[in-house]
Design a protein. Structure first.
Length: 181
């Protein structure tokens, strides 16, 4: 039972990785316009479990340590619940989180592209927290209008179901497309 994550973090940090050589006019200097400021859209999973915590690949090591801190606190909380109420309580909470993650669909204009929704925040006890990812999502330029997104979703459903089939024969396929990828 750990209170703080293990200290396997890097002691030095450089904005330049082996993939990005830096500014063309001044090698060795971080090029903000080419590399970006916020967290990377490509992130690596922290563990193979069903948690959604990710370590951003283009961030400071302190941010990765904070992500590990959140995961350690969650495991400590679940261990305490298991010792107090038995194994059923952490399993029930895990099942509720899974149902909420898989069953929620929101349009992109309402933040549907984000990793977690309001219901997941409430179940995790983070509904009053505002993090960097809540404000700067990284998709400000490619935002789709609500009606365009719903039209694409309906056309995708019609294409999968076919025009001649009845609505009852197509219900399971529509539910599968609506609920998850």
């Amino acid at each position: 039972m750990r209170i703080a994550p293990d200290s396997s973090h890097a002691s030095t940090h450089s904005h330049l990785t082996s993939k990005t050589p830096g500014a063309p006019s001044a090698p060795g200097i971080h090029d903000t316009l080419r590399a970006g400021v916020g967290p990377s859209l490509l992130s690596t999973p922290l563990s193979t479990s069903s948690s959604t915590s990710h370590i951003p690949s283009s961030s400071h090591p302190l941010e990765a340590r904070l992500k590990k801190w959140e995961e350690t606190q969650l495991s400590l909380k679940m261990e305490g619940l298991r010792r107090t109420f038995g194994i059923a309580e952490p399993i029930r909470r895990g099942m509720e989180l899974k149902v909420v993650r898989e069953g929620e669909w929101r349009p992109a204009c309402l933040g549907g592209g984000s990793d977690r929704g309001v219901h997941e925040d409430i179940l995790r006890g983070m509904d009053c927290d505002v993090s960097w990812e809540d404000v700067f999502k990284g998709d400000e330029m490619g935002r789709m209008e609500f009606h365009d997104e719903v039209e694409r979703k309906v056309l995708k459903t019609e294409t999968l179901c076919g025009q001649d089939e009845s609505i009852n024969g197509c219900f399971d396929l529509v539910a599968a497309v609506t609920i998850g990828p």
